[in-house]
Design a protein around this ligand. Structure first.
Ligand code: ATP
Ligand code: MG
Length: 428
């Protein structure tokens, strides 16, 4: 009969059958120890029976094993062990898959041997076995889940937008070309135009989609493939949707606090529910200049500016609204000749989201496209969609990896991406 597997965190009394990875090995003369790790935790297993010493000697770090044993009371001190009150006295060991010499360590004991990020990413499948690295992705999973939950509660419909597009959805950013049968197509840099087309029919839409940007820069805050969490809403202006963004972020963080206690502890993090601060672009520039920034009116915020604002307003979602028209994409609604209904949201010292009210009037859209030196002919289909009764509408987009980075204070966005794609990296 097949043995019934028990997870480490579910062990009550013996005998037990466990399956997992060899997390650590300790070889003392008369007794041997294995720290066994599975999805639920880590437990100490002891080998006292001399007949098993030969099997023990074959074990290597990260080998996959199945062990049978008795449950004994214990008082374990090792911090990584999650079941400190018991240990398993092994009666049988089977090696399911023996691990070869590890290219990077999963357990970095000595704080000084920290494998550099690039090597860690080369061996990412091993890297993501580390408890702290896993914690990031459990939290990210909670973020995506609660994002969807928030919009479901608010009666939005989740839509799926195309990832192959015929022309740019925004000026400025470079696109990855794709051969689409006889035609040249591109990977989508944003679901922007499609979620607008959906919003003028469904009113309230949301989506979580991958996007590709062929930007050649190599920074700690950009990837060439990332994920966006978006919303778009009809009969709403920029301030209406900023309120949604504020509430959504607060909800996501409170759910992470509630459901990811273990992960936050592993990362030594305590998250506060952020307040919101609303500043116009003009107010922001004046405030920055008072605080020694060199940024002038009419210029985009520099990463240093985002840091200054963060120092002034920690634990805050900072909404910078009413940007100049020329600094925002063509589809952002111009409130007047100078000021647009576009905004950015900053959190943790970095931009996590951009949004705004959109242009729903074809003639204004054509004018805006021309102002940004884009050819309206390339957007005919999109422009024409607004000719049959399109309400005014607004929306925003949060970068998933960017938000993960900001929330957890990661030094590099790649830490918040399972298998990052950047200027140099296409594998694994
Ligand atoms: P940035 O100014 O930070 O380069 P952006 O203004 O060009 O970003 P948006 O078009 O506003 O980017 O995209 C919406 C959100 O997606 C951003 O606020 C950010 O959170 C995220 N994002 C944008 N570009 C990238 C990228 N290259 N890699 C990862 N996330 C990104
Ligand atoms: Mg932006």
């Amino acid at each position: 009969m097949k043995n019934k597997r028990v997870y480490v965190n579910e062990i009550k009394k013996g005998p037990v059958f466990l399956q997992g990875w060899v997390h650590e090995l300790r070889d003392l003369a008369k007794v041997k120890f294995i720290l066994l790790r599975d999805v639920s935790g880590i437990i100490q297993c002891v080998v006292k029976d001399k007949k098993l010493f030969k099997d023990f000697s074959k074990l290597t770090l990260e080998s996959v094993v199945a062990v049978k044993g008795k449950v004994n009371a214990a008082k374990i001190k090792s911090p990584e062990v999650t079941r400190k009150e018991i240990e398993i006295e092994i009666t049988n060991i089977d090696i399911i898959n023996k691990a070869e010499q590890l290219p990077i360590l999963v357990v970095e004991k000595d704080k000084t041997i920290k494998t550099d990020l690039s090597k860690r990413l080369d061996y990412r499948s091993l890297d993501i076995r580390k408890q702290k690295v896993k914690a990031i992705f459990y939290i990210q999973s909670e973020i995506v889940h609660t994002f969807r939950e928030f919009f479901k509660k608010n009666k939005f419909v989740e839509i799926q937008t195309p990832c192959i597009i015929a022309s740019a959805s925004e000026g400025g950013t470079a696109l990855f070309p794709v051969q689409y049968f006889e035609k040249k197509a591109f990977l989508a840099q944003s679901p922007q135009l499609y979620k607008q087309l959906a919003a003028i029919s469904f009113e309230k839409v949301t989506c979580v989609v991958p996007v590709w940007r062929a930007e050649k820069h190599n920074t700690v805050r950009h990837l060439n493939e990332s994920r966006q969490m978006d919303m778009e809403m009809a009969f709403a202006d920029d301030f209406d949707v900023m309120k949604y963004l504020e509430a959504c972020i607060q909800f996501m963080i409170s759910e992470v606090n509630k459901n990811c206690k273990k992960e936050l502890e592993l990362l030594s993090l305590k998250l506060k529910i952020p307040k919101a601060k609303y500043l116009s672009y003009d107010e922001t520039i004046k405030l920055l200049q008072k605080n020694k920034s060199k940024t002038k009116q009419g210029e985009d915020l520099a990463p240093e500016d985002e840091k200054i604002l963060y120092k002034l307003y920690p634990d805050t979602i900072i909404f910078v609204h009413s940007w100049p028209n020329k600094l925002k994409p063509f589809y952002i609604w111009p409130k007047d000749k100078k000021v647009s209904a576009g905004f950015d949201a900053l959190y943790g010292g970095i931009e996590i989201s951009s949004g705004g009210q959109r242009v729903h009037v074809p003639e204004i859209l054509i004018k805006r496209l021309k102002e940004q030196r884009l050819n309206p002919a390339n957007f005919k289909h999109y422009i024409d969609s607004f000719r049959f009764g399109a309400p005014y509408h607004s929306g925003w987009s949060i970068g998933l990896e960017r938000f993960t980075m900001a929330l957890l204070g990661l030094d590099n966005i790649r830490e918040g991406c399972l298998f990052p794609r950047d200027r140099e990296r296409l594998t694994p």
